[in-house]
Design a protein around this ligand. Structure first.
Ligand SMILES: C[S@@+](CC[C@H](N)C(=O)[O-])C[C@H]1O[C@@H](n2cnc3c(N)ncnc32)[C@H](O)[C@@H]1O
Length: 244
C-alpha cells in the first residue's frame, strides 16, 4: 500500500524481513496497524494487538476488575497496586489487564515480530482518548527477560509475572488462531526454569507464574500456593507481604 511504503520499509529493515517473496507468513501494515497473517487459502485471520477495541477492551469494561484471578494473583487489593514486570509479554493482554487496574507494568518480549506487534498496539492505544491513560502505565522492553532481569538497573520491581509458552491444547478458537501463528515463531520456551530463577532473584515481593491448570510447576523453586481458575492456574512464590 503506497501510503504506508516508508513505514513498511522501516519495519522490514528493523526486523530484517524481506519486502517480497514466497512466504508462509506476512507482517502487514494498514490503517488498522501492524498485523501478522498466515498466507494461503486455509489460513485463519490475522493477529494484531488491539487495546482499543475487541476482546481486550471488552474485558477492561466488563471483565470483573480487581476481582479477576490475575489481579488477586499479583496482589492487587484495596490501596495496593504493585509495580509489575510482565516478563513474557506476548500480545500484552495480561499486562493490559494489570495496567487497567492501575499497576505500572514493565513488559519484556524477546520474539522481535511479537514485540513489534505489541509496540504498534501500544502506540495506537496511546492515541486513543480513553485508553491512553492505561497505555501510559505500560512500557515495553525488547529482549530476553532472563538477561534484562539479571542486569536490572531500573526501579525496583515488586511483582514479576511469567506466562511462558507451554505445550498444551487450548480449545478456544481465538487462542487456536494465535497459537498457530505463535508456535512457529516462539516454540515452547524451554528456558522457563532460568526465567523463574532470575525473577525470584529480582522481585522484591512476589513472583507469579501462569500455567495451564493441569500443567506441572516450572522446575526449580516450589510455589507456596496456587490460585486455580477454569483453564489456568497461578503459582505464587511470595517473598514479602504487599501492604497498603
Ligand atoms: C504465552 S505468551 C504470553 C502471553 C501473554 N501473557 C498475553 O497475555 O498476551 C509467552 C510469550 O513470552 C515470550 N517469552 C518467553 N520467554 C521469554 C524471555 N525469556 N524473555 C522475553 N520474552 C519471553 C514468548 O516469546 C511469548 O511471546
Amino acid at each position: 500500500m503506497p501510503a504506508f511504503a516508508d513505514e513498511v520499509r522501516a519495519w522490514a529493515e528493523r526486523l530484517g524481513l524481506p519486502l517480497e517473496g514466497e512466504a508462509e507468513f506476512a507482517l502487514q501494515l494498514g490503517t488498522d496497524g501492524l498485523q501478522l497473517a498466515e498466507l494461503g487459502p486455509q489460513a485463519p485471520g490475522p493477529v494484531r494487538v488491539d487495546f482499543v477495541e475487541g476482546a481486550v477492551a471488552h474485558r477492561r469494561l466488563y471483565g470483573g476488575g480487581s476481582g479477576q484471578m490475575i489481579a488477586k494473583a499479583v496482589g492487587v487489593q484495596p490501596g495496593v497496586r504493585p509495580s509489575v514486570m510482565d516478563a513474557t509479554a506476548g500480545l500484552g493482554r495480561d499486562a493490559f489487564v494489570l495496567a487497567s487496574l492501575g499497576c505500572a507494568v514493565t513488559m519484556s518480549e524477546r520474539q522481535p515480530i511479537i514485540a513489534a506487534l505489541l509496540e504498534d498496539g501500544l502506540a495506537r492505544a496511546a492515541r486513543d482518548a480513553e485508553v491512553a491513560v492505561i497505555a501510559a502505565q505500560m512500557r515495553l522492553l525488547h529482549g530476553n527477560a532472563i538477561e534484562l532481569m539479571r542486569d536490572w538497573q531500573g526501579e525496583p520491581l515488586q511483582v514479576i509475572y511469567l506466562d511462558p509458552m507451554f505445550p498444551h491444547r487450548d480449545k478456544s478458537a481465538l487462542v487456536k488462531k494465535e497459537m498457530r501463528l505463535f508456535r512457529p515463531l516462539v516454540g515452547d520456551d524451554m528456558d522457563a526454569p532460568a526465567l523463574l530463577q532470575a525473577a525470584l532473584a529480582l522481585a522484591s515481593h512476589r513472583v507469579v507464574v501462569k500455567r495451564p491448570r493441569k500443567a506441572p510447576v516450572i522446575d526449580g523453586a516450589k510455589p507456596s500456593y496456587a490460585l486455580e481458575g477454569k483453564s489456568s492456574r497461578y503459582d505464587i512464590y511470595p517473598k514479602k507481604a504487599l501492604k497498603p
